[in-house]
Write a protein of this length. Structure first.
Length: 362
């Protein structure tokens, strides 16, 4: 599965500029609202230094990195959940994303129009998050109406679903995103099929400039919008659409695991994947070495299915070498002699850095 990251936010906050900085596609980024109408889509590589070391050990020069899709979605405005500013169309596009990157304008530039007239990151975040909440609330009500008309009300599953959706409604009306609610694994599996927008992981890119009070903006947004500092990326985009952050001296914020200084897009995507708890396993041979992105707690058979459905259908076992052993001995024959290749079954939980050879028969 290729993960999709959606860039969202108000118009004229820097979504397309950030998209260009990461993808190098140079799509239009103009100084007027709704410059972007149709979503811009780019594919980005997830670079991993371990691949080159593995390639050296198996004597291949062909390296294939995992990829992710970045979607630049047109700006949302207040009332988007009821269709304002083509909002319904844009909200539907968000549903296909696995995670959301909300770009927030924190720079003061009189030449660049702000749709609401002034710079107020806390208000802007509230507008976007409220529209997502309202969209989910509307979806909850539609689900209940659908099940009332077609389901057997004596069905235990019916009661479970209706109670779960009512619980979601209560939380949404109280202003809480569904991602911040503690659900059981069973409840999450049910909710995910409906693609609730506020259930998706969210990080915030603060598009900053020199001479701003970043600490105040961060503190206000964390307090007023109930967001965690660990979800904030402060980034500056210069005129060449290069990401820079070399003028902020904030030792407190540097302790934040998502702090980025003098970054390139590889580091940005890497930190985003870490935040989403995405891991990497590898396949390696003389033809190529390749990295595969996966969500934590995937089993061996689920990982096999990421490569090809035949691998999972005819799964026999997975032969696994740890990355540490591969680099330490750097010789497959020696690794075999030392008994460092493990055989694991379908239910084995894949670990970050596992180098896997799937045995299958179809």
């Amino acid at each position: 599965m290729i993960y999709k990251f959606g860039l969202i936010g108000l118009p004229n906050v820097g979504k397309s500029a950030l998209f260009n900085a990461i993808t190098k596609l140079n799509i239009p980024s103009k100084n007027f609202p709704f410059c972007t109408i149709k979503p811009n889509i780019g594919i980005v590589s997830i670079f991993d230094d371990r691949l080159k070391k593995i390639a050296d050990c198996v004597s291949t020069s062909t390296i294939v990195y995992s990829t992710a899709i970045l979607i630049d979605i047109a700006g949302l405005v207040k009332g988007a959940s009821t269709g304002e500013g083509l909002g319904n169309k844009f909200l539907e596009k968000i549903k296909e994303c696995h995670a959301l990157i909300q770009v927030v304008r924190c720079f003061k530039e009189s030449d660049i129009i702000h749709i609401y007239g002034d710079i107020n990151p806390s208000r802007d975040i509230d507008i976007i998050n409220t529209e997502l909440l309202l969209s989910d609330l509307d979806l909850c009500e539609k689900i209940i109406q659908r099940y009332i008309t077609v389901s057997n009300k004596q069905d235990i599953c019916y009661d479970f679903l209706i109670n779960l959706i009512h619980r979601c409604i209560d939380q949404l009306k109280a202003g809480f995103a569904l991602r911040n609610i503690l659900f059981t694994r069973e409840e999450l599996e049910i909710l995910k099929q409906y693609q609730f927008l506020t259930l998706k992981p969210m990080v915030y890119v603060f598009n900053i400039a020199r001479n701003i009070d970043l600490r105040t903006y961060i503190d206000q947004c964390c307090t007023n919008n109930l967001i965690d500092k660990s979800t904030i990326f402060p980034i500056a985009l210069n005129d060449e659409n290069k990401m820079i952050l070399n003028h902020i001296n904030d030792p407190i914020h540097k302790q934040n695991s998502l702090y980025i200084g003098n970054l390139n897009y590889h580091k940005f995507i890497e930190k985003l994947c870490n935040f989403l708890q995405l891991k990497t396993f590898f396949t390696a041979g003389q033809k190529e070495v390749r990295s595969w992105l996966f969500k934590a707690d995937k089993t061996a058979i689920q990982a096999a299915n990421l490569i090809h459905t035949d691998f999972s259908k005819g799964f026999i076992r997975a032969q696994i070498i740890s990355y540490h052993d591969m680099i330490k001995y750097c010789n497959i024959s020696k690794i075999k002699q030392l008994g460092k290749i493990r055989s694991e079954g379908k239910k084995y939980i894949i670990q970050d850095g596992d180098i896997i050879n799937f045995l299958f028969n179809v």
